[in-house]
Design a protein around this ligand. Structure first.
Ligand code: HEM
Length: 416
């Protein structure tokens, strides 16, 4: 995260679009917690909120909305306008960007397919996907962990859960990369790539739904189609928009969590050894997953938009201002967690992290992400008794919202 020149006695200036130390952005966010916890970034036109209590309060604050203001179609060249309009309409249906009563209705419908029993029921299939991927990885040498494991696992699982064939996984990777740009990719076109990706996904899903309506099975897609056809409480656009959201949100973050989790473990050999010594102990594994989420979850922040003027800790938030709620910083706030920068898989209160958000938009996929991590980590460590990071110099995704590595070199075996 870019701090302007730091001059003694001068207030800290942080531009969330320029992040020089993507590998370790937390110290700067912690300086904001201490020096300016409701920080105005003129460059980004946004308030940066970094303390745990404030971020949590922000998630509950009805004066902060989730509906994203989008430019008028006339701002774009004519040949792009149809695609852009479709993109804008699609985003309006995504539950993560909608307000009650639409949000409440959509969330309730989607939740039907994500009951604890439904998620737990996926455990054996998740295990099979994990085993297949691990078997295909080399026994020794260097590989790209994201390519070999961290992308294909959550992508295959979300396809299974939703009920789309795995043949879309190659396209899904490209679509998701482009949709991610819409969440704030500094220096890139943040409108056209996500708009075209959404357009292509909508076309694919429209055909697929038609086919599936004729031959229903028993996945989320079938339940949502039935809900849509039964009482029409979900429009066709809402159905397609939220399937896109699920396909995207359902793997992008888990992919980042798998690689950041393995990275955190490899950088803390004592913790890795403790985990390796307890691979049959479900509560130690679950504790490690919570600590991975707390220590370096898959997101920097969630965006909100002020729906009215109001005062917050003496700062005047104006209607329309962007407000960035930094869960990454909140989870490393020493006002909340003791020695927050210590990675400790036995930490008793790690589950109080807010890596899955908080309040009405709290992540619907948390149980699935946890299940994937709990199945993947022990299987991975069993398959490979020795793992290491060949270098610290890895590229990080330049995105204001999503935190992750497009690729992560991994060394398998001893002395390779
Ligand atoms: C490590 C994995 C994951 C992380 C860190 C994560 C994080 C989050 C966060 C922070 C939110 C709140 C957004 C906000 O308040 O604006 C959210 C919402 C959501 N997540 Fe996740 N997520 C993960 C995995 C998943 C998975 C696997 C699924 C799908 C099965 C999923 C589906 C959703 C949906 C549908 C919402 C919107 C909920 C709503 O608006 O009511 N997520 N996620």
């Amino acid at each position: 995260m870019m701090a302007g020149p730091v001059i003694a006695g001068q207030p800290l200036q942080v531009d969330p679009r320029r992040i020089p130390d993507l590998a370790d952005p937390v110290p700067l966010l912690q300086r904001l917690q201490d020096e300016d916890h409701i920080h105005w970034s003129g460059e980004a036109g946004a308030w940066l909120i970094t303390r745990y209590d404030d971020v949590r309060a922000g998630f509950l604050d009805r004066r902060l909305g989730v509906t994203r203001p989008m430019p008028a179609p006339e701002r774009f060249e004519e040949e792009f306008r149809e695609v852009y309009r479709a993109y804008r309409n699609s985003l309006e249906t995504w539950m993560v960007m909608s307000e009650p009563p639409d949000h409440t209705r959509l969330r309730k419908l989607a939740n039907r397919g994500l009951t604890p029993t439904a998620i737990e029921g996926l455990r054996p299939q998740v295990g099979e996907i994990v085993d297949g991927l691990l078997a295909a990885m080399p026994d020794s040498g260097d590989c790209d962990f994201v390519n070999a494991f961290a992308y294909p696992l959550p992508a295959a699982v979300i396809a299974l859960l939703i009920g789309v064939p795995t043949t879309i996984l190659r396209d899904l990777h490209r679509w998701s990369d482009d949709i991610a740009k819409g969440l704030g990719a500094p220096g890139e076109d943040i409108i056209r790539p996500p708009a075209y990706a959404t357009f292509e996904m909508s076309a694919y899903l429209t055909d697929f739904i038609a086919e599936r309506r004729a031959n229903p099975k028993d996945a989320i897609i079938d339940q949502l189609i039935a809900a849509r056809d039964g009482d029409a409480r979900m429009s066709s656009d809402e159905l397609i928009g939220n399937l896109i959201l699920f396909l995207f949100a359902g793997h992008e973050t888990t992919m980042n969590l798998l690689s950041s989790g393995l990275r955190s473990l490899l950088r803390h050999p004592g913790q890795m050894q403790d985990l390796r010594d307890n691979l049959d102990n479900r509560s130690v594994i679950a504790g490690a997953v919570e600590e991975i989420l707390r220590y370096d979850g898959a997101l920097f922040m969630l965006m909100r938009f002020a729906a009215q003027d109001f005062e917050w800790h003496g700062r005047r938030i104006a209607k329309g201002d962007k407000v960035f709620l930094y869960c990454l910083a909140a989870n490393r706030d020493r006002r909340k967690f003791e020695q927050p920068d210590r990675f400790d898989i036995r930490r008793p209160d790690s589950k109080q992290h807010i890596a899955f958000g908080y309040g009405p938009h709290f992540c619907l996929g948390g149980p699935l992400a946890r299940l994937e991590m709990e199945v993947a980590l022990p299987a991975l460590l069993r398959r490979f008794p020795a793992l290491s990071l060949p270098g610290e110099n890895v590229a990080w995704r330049n995105n204001m919202t999503l935190r992750g590595q497009p690729s992560m070199p991994l060394r398998i075996g001893v002395g390779v």
